[in-house]
Structures are given as structure tokens and as C-alpha cells.
Write a protein of this length. Sequence first.
Length: 452
Amino acid sequence: MTDDALRERVRGLMPQAQSDLTAMVGFRSVHDPEQSPPEECDKMVDWLQEAFTDVGFSDVDSHVTADGSKAVTGHLAGPDDAPTVLLYFHHDVQPPLGEDEWDSPVWSLTERNGRWYGRGAADCKGNIAMHLTALRALDGDIPVNITIVGEGSEEQGTGGMEDFVPRNPDLLRADAILVCDSGNFAVGRPSLTTSLRGIANIVVSVETLSSAMHSGMFGGAAPDALAALITMLASLRDANGNTTVAGLDASATWPGVDYPAESFRTDANVLDGVDLLGSGRVSDMVWARPAATVLGIDCPPVVGSSASIVPRARARINLRVPPGMNAKHAQDALIAHLTDVAPWHVKVSFEREADGSPFTGATSGPGYDTMVDAMKRAYGTDVLLMGQGGSIPLCNVFAETYPDAEIMLLGVEEPLCLIHAPNESVDPTEIENMAVVEATFLKEYASRLTGR
């Protein structure tokens, strides 16, 4: 099948892709019974089993994982000696977050200004629509074995799939793994995400007094726990906004595509006149360097506060860890740094929360070469290599379980999608183009791998 013929076939399938996405967005598949009925996740799983069975997969099944979520798996057999490609997606979504801030119904796919809106339209149900469209376009003419795995709790980060993969290594073993929970640098700019920052979270607590004391009678000499905590947190950045945790290198540079500052300001909703942080380029700051963010502080709220010295306060800190840096060592460094800068010999204690290693994806090999070529032909322009500030712990589990597999991150999610935010949307041209990319990859990977 020529590139033009494949393109026409995919284009003709786009109404079906929209219908698929309409059905999927309609399921409120938030994996949290306090926010959404569990049967909504079950309906999503049932829909997936039927949809992938209809495109030729056998043994499409659901598996209850360690956190109670359901993983969907299935297999489409190719030639006996063909390589295997694993297609990953997740079928749970973020909660709607401020439904009054949405300009159209959260759970109903709505077309507006050329985009399709709804929770999950991009992250990650748009990628599922892309998978199905690519598979339908090939119409059974697929010279590889294909396995699917759909995660049911990715957005909650409760580890169901991270437990499932090493327990079922043969079920998901593959030569190439396409983690389709990412996307392009911008609409029409084909991109592979080749690195993910890891994570190292802590909660720091400060105590100075056995109880709150009157600020008029004792203020000035009695140590203020909140003031001590503020001093400690302020030490995590210098005047330019660079993260300054002692012992962590914050000078690395990103070797791939640059992220223009003005584009970043728009994508990050930075207010006019407010400076961006750091002395490096945006791409250095968000993809190649550590970043400490104060996620929350426990202290008296303004409304209801009294004229008292605060005896105890605590903060939750998120440390993003770039490739090449050990997440556990970074967590140790953050704790040591805050201990050293604590003033007045205040009592400091720490709670270690999640830590996850950074990830580096394939940047060479037959799978990578096939994918780059497919992207370049589908989009008609060079492929960009980008990082992602977030973390996907499952990528490291894939790498540990299948050390010989080429792992690539791609998909339909680009900055205008506003994933996790109100008014999430997907550009249907990204579903179309990425379906062409995936279909081309599936069609050509085996011959690239064997050299035939």
C-alpha cells in the first residue's frame, strides 16, 4: 500500500474515529470510587474489549490488578517469525476539575473551532482512537504480531500496572513498545519524547513550640515555625529561580529541540509581566535540570487566623529528577539540604513519599529508525526529539522487564490539548496523522528489523 493510499484510507476512517471517541469520552472512567462510580470504568473496559475484538484481536481480556483497576490485553497474530509490537494506552482519565470552567459538557465530545473537546479526548482516549484507526486502515494486512495493554489507573498513580507487568512478562513481551501517552511538540510538528524526569517527593515538618503563643506577649523572641519553614523553602531557589538543592547539578542542557520562551509562556498560562524561572533555556529548565516545587503548606489559613506564633508547620515538596540523576540520591540530597538550612535549631522531621527514576527512551535501532521515517513521511517535515517534565513510572518497569525492547513515547497530546485541565481537547488532524504514522510503522517495522 502506498503512502497516499494509506492516507486516504485513514482519512476515510476519521468519522469512525470521532464516533469511537464520542463513545469513550461518555464513560466517566475516573479510577476513584469517591469521584466516579466504578461501573463507569467497567463500561469503558467492556467497550475496549468489544472494539479491539472487532478489529481482529483474539483473547481480549480484562485483568484486575493490585490496585483494583482493570488492565485490558489482547493479541493480534502475525507471521510466526514476525517481531512483536506492544501498543500501550490507559483508559482512565483525570477528574473534571472545576466543571463550571468548561465551555462545553465534560463527558460529551463537542466539536468547536476545529477541535474535539471532552475529558480524555486527548489523554488518553484520543490515543486509543488513533490505535483503532491505524489498525482498521491496515485491514488485517499486518506483518507483525501486536499486543495491546490498556492501563486502568494511570492517572491515579496507584501502581496497578507497575505490579502487573513483571508478574506477566510473557503476556506483554515485545521487540518494540509504543507508549502512546505523549504527543508532539506542537500541532503538525512530529516529535518523539526521548526522556522523562523522575520524581522524589517529601513532606518536611518544623516544630518550635509546644503550643501556639500570643504574638504580642512572646513575638520577637519565641521562634516561629512558619517563618522557619519559609526560610527553608526560600533556599530551594536562587534569585533567578534556579533550583539550588545542595549536591544536585542544575547546569545540564537539553540536546534536542529548543522550547521557545514565548511559546512556553502561552502553553503554561504565565501572566503578562511575570518572569520565567531559571538562567537556562526553557528546554534546559523543564527537561534537563532538577526542579523543586512546593505543592502545599499546612499552616493556619488567613481567614480565622489569630494573633499567635505558629508552633508547627509542614510542606509537601515535589522534586523532579532529570535523566542521569538517581531519584533516591536526589531525595536524600533534598532532605540534607533542608536540614542544613533550618534556622534556630528548630525541630525538623521528614516523611519520604514517592520516588521514581527518570527514563530515557530509544534514540537508535530499527524500531526508532522506522518510526522516525514514518513520522517524517506522514508530516512532511523533520522529527523533533523532546523531553517531558512529567514522569511515567511504567516506562522504567517496561525497560527493566524487557531490556532488549525499543521503547518509544508518542501520541496525539500536544500543548493546546490542555490535558488535566478544564476544556481538554484534541486536534483531529493529530489523530489522523498519528494513525498514518502508526500504521506505517506496523507495516514496515518487520522488514527494517530483518533487513528484508
